[in-house]
Write a protein that binds this ligand. Structure first.
Ligand code: NAD
Length: 497
């Protein structure tokens, strides 16, 4: 029988006592590689109790000491970078290059967490009235919680717990039931780095275990990343239970191509940004908006896309891996079929796709549609597969209006040689992360990950300064000291310890 995934509670990796298990499969073979327990209510409660008790001491640990834990953790993650990437490849199917990127983007957040002191600085105004000063400090909240998706098993948990913990909180992670193994390895290394018991807890499960966390009175914050319907549910339920919630949701990211752009750059960046990681990136470009004569480049795009194909994680020639699951593949195939039925021109059809040696993998080939209109389901729905749809418009203003009418606002980019066009686009677009001649503008962690509109529910975003604000509360102190109370004369000595 496949090995079971442990829970991580109070510093121990332990087998669950549950009777409810979920299979974890390798998406390239659909073979079961592990069994995931749905944690029992008792185990969930132990995780919360342990995190609450650890918070009492962890919040008093000096900030530089908390930062040092992150420095040691960063060192270990770097040392185990390739091993983590290999493990991650096996559970997601990602090609090794993408898997390494996934781990590396997470390490960068740990580096930011090591910089915690400068992000925890408060504010002071002296003399708000005579002899009165006001200052503010930020303090941790308590037990924070994270619920993560399948598509970045290293990066997204690392978006959350290092900054929450460096800020003085304790953290309960519920990783995706489809990819729990990387999270467990991340926790093993965190323990090895010296994390005290209970500071990070890992529970497993699906909706009912998430509901337990959403409703628990001792949990202060919920960080969620995943699909739109679940993000909306998490936001509603979490806030209804008076928690601070940040919920990162789905996306439909447009790249606007101006006729003055560099054609080679446009074509190669569109291919990588749309089918890379099998299109299973929340910042993947899924819509190319060709302005004016740039539509003449669609045949070049088709040719470049047709040269890329999926393959196993360790195949150096593979452009990307399989979709995460059979249902995910069925969904993508359903949308491709709808695109054809609704009248879009399928320039390249990846529905029938096989990879030698892996007859049971969830493969989909690169797929390109032109003549797409905004009422077609390939435009309105997030496909989350290696599918790019092309829309043609006459002017930059038409492109801006189109993108702004779309309900999502995670990422977008414009390719142009004209600074004025780039400036107008960047300024007027209602999307939270904008690239100029950069296809996937994911900010490094000293900034924040700032999706907008239907791609985000909440106020404060992931990582960067905003994450520290999310995981802390501000306390404002107004103080007055009286000159009359200052002792004078020979008795005024200060004992230095
Ligand atoms: P998902 O919503 O199916 O699952 C995410 C998490 O929610 C998992 O841990 C899962 O166990 C839990 N969950 C699932 N159904 C639930 C329910 N009914 N109630 C409570 N919890 C539930 O998402 P996924 O398929 O793992 O991830 C892909 C999605 O994530 C895509 O839509 C993608 O765009 C999105 N995503 C967004 C971002 C972003 O930053 N905006 C980043 C990565 C992924």
């Amino acid at each position: 029988m496949a090995k079971s995934v442990p829970l991580f509670i109070n510093g121990e990796f332990r087998e669950s006592k549950t009777s409810e298990w979920v299979d974890v499969t390798n998406p390239a073979t659909n073979k079961v590689i592990a069994r995931l327990p749905c944690s029992t209510p008792d185990e969930m409660q132990q995780a919360v109790d342990g995190a609450l008790s650890a918070f009492k001491t962890w919040k008093e640990v000096a900030v530089p000491e908390r930062a040092r834990l992150m420095l040691r953790y960063q060192h270990l993650l770097k040392e185990h970078h390739d091993e983590l990437a290999t493990l991650l490849s096996k559970e997601t199917g990602k090609i090794i290059l993408d898997a390494k990127g996934d781990v590396w983007r997470g390490i960068e957040v740990v580096e930011q967490a090591a910089n915690i002191a400068s992000n925890m600085m408060g504010e002071v105004v002296e003399n708000v009235a005579t002899d009165i000063d006001t200052f503010s400090v930020i303090q941790p909240l308590g037990v924070c919680c994270g619920i993560t998706p399948f598509n970045f098993p290293a990066m997204i948990p690392l978006w959350m717990f290092p900054i929450a913990i460096a800020s003085g909180n304790t953290f309960i992670l519920k990783p995706s039931e489809q990819v729990p193994l990387t999270s467990i390895r991340l926790a093993e290394l965190f323990k090895e780095a010296g994390a005290p018991e209970g500071v990070l807890q890992i529970v497993h499960g699906r909706k009912s275990e998430v509901d337990f966390l959403l409703e628990h009175k001792d949990i202060q914050t919920i960080s969620f990343v995943g699909s739109v319907s679940v993000a909306q549910y998490i936001y509603q339920q979490g806030t209804q239970h008076f928690k601070r919630v940040q919920a990162f949701a789905g996306a439909k990211n447009h790249m606007v191509v101006m006729p003055d752009a560099n054609k080679e750059q446009v074509v190669s960046n569109l291919v990588g940004a749309s089918v890379g990681a099998a299109g299973q990136r929340c910042m993947a470009i899924s819509v190319a908006v060709f302005v004016g004569d740039s539509k003449a480049w669609i045949p070049d795009l088709k040719q470049a896309m047709s040269k890329v194909g999926p393959g196993a994680w360790d195949d150096d020639d593979a452009g990307y891996g399989p979709l995460i699951s059979k249902p995910a593949k069925e969904r993508v195939l359903r949308l491709i079929a709808e695109g054809k039925a609704q009248g879009a021109a399928c320039e390249l059809d990846g529905s029938e796709c096989s990879v030698e040696g892996y007859p049971d993998g969830n493969w989909v080939g690169p797929t390109l549609f032109s003549n797409v209109s905004t009422d077609m389901s390939i435009y309105t729905e997030e496909i989350f597969g290696p599918v790019l749809v092309c829309i043609e418009v006459d002017t930059l203003q038409d492109a801006i209006d189109l993108v702004n009418r779309n309900p999502y606002g995670n990422g977008t980019s414009i390719f142009t040689a004209n600074g004025g066009a780039a400036r107008k686009y960047q300024h007027e677009i209602q999307v939270g992360q904008v690239g100029v001649n950069v296809p996937i503008p994911v900010p490094l962690p000293f900034f924040s990950f700032t999706g907008w509109r239907g791609s985000f529910y909440g106020d404060l975003h992931a990582y960067g300064k905003q994450a520290v604000r999310f995981y802390t509360e501000t306390k404002t102190v107004t103080q007055r000291w009286f000159d009359d109370d200052i002792p004078t004369g020979p008795n005024m000595t200060i004992q230095l310890r």
